[in-house]
Design a binder for this molecule. Sequence first.
Ligand code: GUN
Ligand code: ZN
Length: 430
Amino acid sequence: MTLHAFRGELLSVPRDPLRDSNAVRHEPDGLLVVEDGIVVARGPYADLAERFADVPVEPLSGLIVPGFIDAHVHYPQMDRIASHGEQLLDWLTRHIFPAEKAFADRAHADAVADAFLTELLRNGTTSALVFPTVHEQSVDALFEGALARRMRIVSGKVLMDLGPEGLADTPETARGESEALIARWRGRGRGRLGYAVTPRFALTSSDAQLQVAGDLVAAHPEVLMHTHLAENVRECEAVAARFPDAYHYLDAYDRFGLVTPRSVFAHGVHLSDRACTRLAETGAGIAVCPSSNLFLGSGFFDFGQADAHGVAFGLGTDVGAGTSFSMLHTAGLAYQAALAREYPLDPFRALYLATAGSAALLHIADRVGALEVGQEADFVVLDCTATPLLARRTAGAGLAERLFALQILADDRAITRTYVMGECAWSRSA
Ligand code: GUN
Ligand code: ZN
């Protein structure tokens, strides 16, 4: 049993500030006590110091927040980030599908998974919902890397029987390989790894394969369902042509049992009110990806529409259509995307979306996202003086102003350290 403590400025947003005016938790001089990777006490230093007088204390200078949770990211696309010239469907064909074919090679998958997980930690991200490729071994490569780093990662083989040659599975292999992966990874990593049934999107799966995805979700109540939804105008038109009887894009998934409380849909830029109503009544959620939506010219997520309907959402980078691994930078872009629709996203709510909000979407909010007692001690130390400009802008500023400046001006440079289960997993100075 190892007990140790961290002293510093603590900030977390365990609940949605839109619905709870007491959602922000801030201790300017706080103590976080960790035992075997779990938070056992948290509060003002002055209140806890006596009780934990025998415990070694590590002072941390900077702002300590929960580890970021990226609700949608593609690890095989990290080396295709910043690929020029196309919107979604042509970008996939020209840049992404060729890159994903290389993941048939396990050694390549291992090398990229390793670089990817390191990049997450460099950016303060300790949990993520991740697209691999269609190849079964691309999931093994990612899970083995996450297991070695003790990170909380959710992923699952991509299903895409209508994909291009070299990247297409079948309904039968989709079922068999997904079942094998669920069985292989169940219980490993002491529950820090989770499985997601992952049809790429409606256009790359036949009806038969979407039905396989629905069967898998029904057979394994513990898994998530992860896919893309209503991202790009031309994609939406193609889906409407393929599913003429569907009321809307979401309905094409709904017909196969793919809209449940454990469903995470990336993007949701072009949603009808009817689709939002259905998302809200089922409890399915959206991973909002502002960087990607801007990079591929997809549009601006409608925060006001989602809130009006009570749709749950979190935040994702969507690398490689997203252009940064930084959830701070992504939060800053979410602000700008929201403002394009006259919605001034509050910086505390943006922090909620990047931590506990995304955790809720991934059904891991009981374990991570808020640095509450009983949760796993995944956290990040942020440096408000990481760049000269950031230092000038935050000098003498209050908490909300500092947090907003970090979201607008900062990125990986502001991550001093990343802790996983109470252990330092990445340090800027190392
Ligand atoms: N829709 C289907 N596949 C993809 C993908 O790889 N990236 C994005 N942004 N959208 C998709
Ligand atoms: Zn994506």
